[in-house]
Design a protein around this ligand. Structure first.
Ligand code: PAF
Length: 287
C-alpha cells in the first residue's frame, strides 16, 4: 500500500494506473476509520481494480465553534486498517498541502443545503463540496463511495457531481449500526458510557417513526412530534432537528407521499449525532 502525503505523488500513482486502463474506486474520509468506512472500502474493492482512501480532516467544513481541533485523529491505526483491507493507496495530505494559501474559490450547491444540517451548520456543505471537488480533481476516480448516514451530504455531492460534469459514479452505501441500533460514527468516540447508552434514543425514535409510517400515518407533523417526544424523554438528549423532507429536493413536506427522508440530529451531551432512513410510497400511496 502506498501512502501519499503530496498531491504530486498521488497524481503520479493515478497516472500510472490510468495508463494501464485500471479502474479506480475512491473512499473520501476524515479518518478515525470504523466498520462503516470499511464497508465502503470493501465495496470499492469489489467494484474497481484499485482503491484509494483519503484521510483528511477538512478545516473548512467546520464552523468556528465546532469540533475541528478535537476531531478524533488516528492515522497509524487507520493506515493499518486500510492495509489489511487491501487498499492500494492512502492519500493523507496536511492542511497546507490542500490549502497552501487563502482559497478564494469554493463550490456551492444551492438550495439543497437550506434545511437539515445546512440550517444549523452554515458553510458546512460548501466546505464539503469544495474539498470533495479538489479530491475528485486529484484522484479522478471512476466511482466514489459515500455513506447514507450523511444523507444530505450524499444528495449534495451527487448534485455537484452531475452539475459540474465530473465523470464519476457516486455510490450510496447503507448505514452500519451497533448491535443496539446506534449508527456508526467517528463522533461516537466522544460519548461517555452513560451518553453511549442514551444515544440509542436516536435510533429508537427513527424506528418509532418508521412504525407510524407503516401503520399509515401520513402527516409529517405527527411523525416529527412523536420523534421529538421520544427523544426529549431521554435527559441526556437534546433535539437539534427532526425532519421529514422530500428525498430529492430535501425540502420539508407536510403530507407524506412519494419518497421521503426522515432525519434527525440530536445532541447527546455535547456530541451532535445524525441518523436517518428513507421511506418510499408508490404512486398509489402503497409502501
Ligand atoms: O463524510 C466525511 O467524512 C467528509 O465530509 C468528507 C466527505 C470526507 C469530506 O471531508
Amino acid at each position: 500500500m502506498v501512502k501519499a502525503e503530496k498531491i504530486t505523488k498521488m497524481r503520479e500513482i493515478i497516472k500510472e494506473w490510468k495508463s494501464k486502463g485500471l479502474t479506480i474506486g475512491f473512499v473520501p474520509t476524515m479518518g478515525c476509520l470504523h466498520e462503516g468506512h470499511m464497508s465502503l472500502v470493501e465495496r470499492a474493492a469489489r467494484e474497481n481494480n484499485r482503491v484509494v482512501v483519503s484521510i483528511f480532516v477538512n478545516p473548512i467544513q467546520f464552523g468556528p465553534n465546532e469540533d475541528y481541533e478535537k476531531y478524533p485523529r488516528s492515522l497509524s491505526s487507520d493506515l493499518e486498517k486500510c492495509c489489511s483491507a487491501g487498499v492500494h493507496a492512502v492519500f493523507c495530505p496536511n492542511v497546507n498541502e490542500m490549502y497552501p494559501d487563502k482559497s478564494l474559490a469554493f463550490v456551492n450547491v444551492e438550495s439543497l443545503d437550506e434545511n437539515l444540517c445546512g440550517k444549523t451548520r452554515p458553510n458546512h456543505f460548501r466546505g464539503v463540496c469544495t474539498v470533495v471537488a479538489k479530491l475528485f480533481n486529484i484522484i479522478s476516480p471512476d466511482r466514489a463511495y459515500f455513506g447514507q448516514k450523511d444523507a444530505q451530504q450524499l444528495a449534495i455531492v451527487s448534485k455537484m457531481t452531475s452539475d459540474l460534469n465530473f465523470d464519476i459514479e457516486i455510490i450510496s452505501c447503507p448505514i452500519l449500526r451497533e448491535k443496539d441500533g446506534l449508527a456508526l460514527s467517528s463522533r461516537n468516540s466522544y460519548l461517555s458510557s452513560d451518553e453511549r447508552a442514551a444515544a440509542v434514543v436516536i435510533y429508537s425514535a427513527l424506528e418509532s417513526a418508521k412504525a407510524l409510517l407503516k401503520r399509515g400515518e401520513r402527516s409529517a407533523g405527527n411523525v416529527k412530534a412523536a420523534m421529538k417526544t421520544e427523544i426529549e424523554k431521554q435527559p441526556l438528549a437534546a433535539v437539534d432537528y427532526v425532519e421529514v423532507v422530500d428525498a430529492k429536493t430535501l425540502s420539508p413536506v407536510e403530507k407524506i407521499t412519494g419518497t421521503v427522508l426522515v432525519a434527525a440530529a440530536v445532541y447527546i451531551g455535547k456530541t451532535r449525532l445524525i441518523d436517518n432512513f428513507i421511506f418510499c410510497l408508490d404512486e398509489g400511496g402503497k409502501q
